[in-house]
Design a protein around this ligand. Structure first.
Ligand code: HEC
Length: 109
């Protein structure tokens, strides 16, 4: 009986972790479609711009590098906004998940 309840707890905990992780990716995908697609094409194309390692790098240190990439472009304003700050972790999750070397492809771009 005791073993069963421990097992149940593990199953529930894993389930919760899995849903919160995929929720972030979904949020990131939505954010991407809303904010990046107009300049970089659909999510499949956008995420495949970079490898997973490169996305890590672009979003490291408060997303310094991706902000720098957009300095002086039409995208600059968005990257300086609070909206980007809020969305950045989710965007990163999405882009990382589907980076060009990930082997993953989003179900709908
Ligand atoms: C208003 C247009 C615009 C928006 C919005 C925009 N970008 Fe960009 N982005 C550009 C331009 C212009 C460049 C620089 C030229 C290039 O490399 O294509 C660029 C460059 C990049 C690069 C670097 C490409 C390289 O060659 O190193 C990445 C990665 C990138 N953007 C990702 C994103 C992501 C992710 C979003 C959404 C959060 C986004 N961009 C939103 C216009 C935009």
């Amino acid at each position: 009986m005791k073993n069963t309840s421990v097992l149940m707890m593990i199953v529930v905990a894993l389930g919760l972790m899995a849903t919160s992780a995929s929720a972030d990716i979904k949020k990131g995908q939505k954010g991407y479609l809303k904010t990046c697609k107009k300049c970089h094409g659909n999510g499949t194309k956008g995420a495949a711009m970079k490898t997973q390692g490169e996305w890590e790098d672009l979003y490291a240190n408060d997303a310094t590098n991706i902000k720098a990439k957009h300095a002086g472009t039409k995208g600059e304003k968005f990257f300086k906004s609070k909206k980007f700050k809020k969305l950045a972790p989710h965007l990163k999750d999405f882009l990382f998940q589907y980076g060009s070397d990930s082997g993953n492809v989003p179900s709908c771009g």
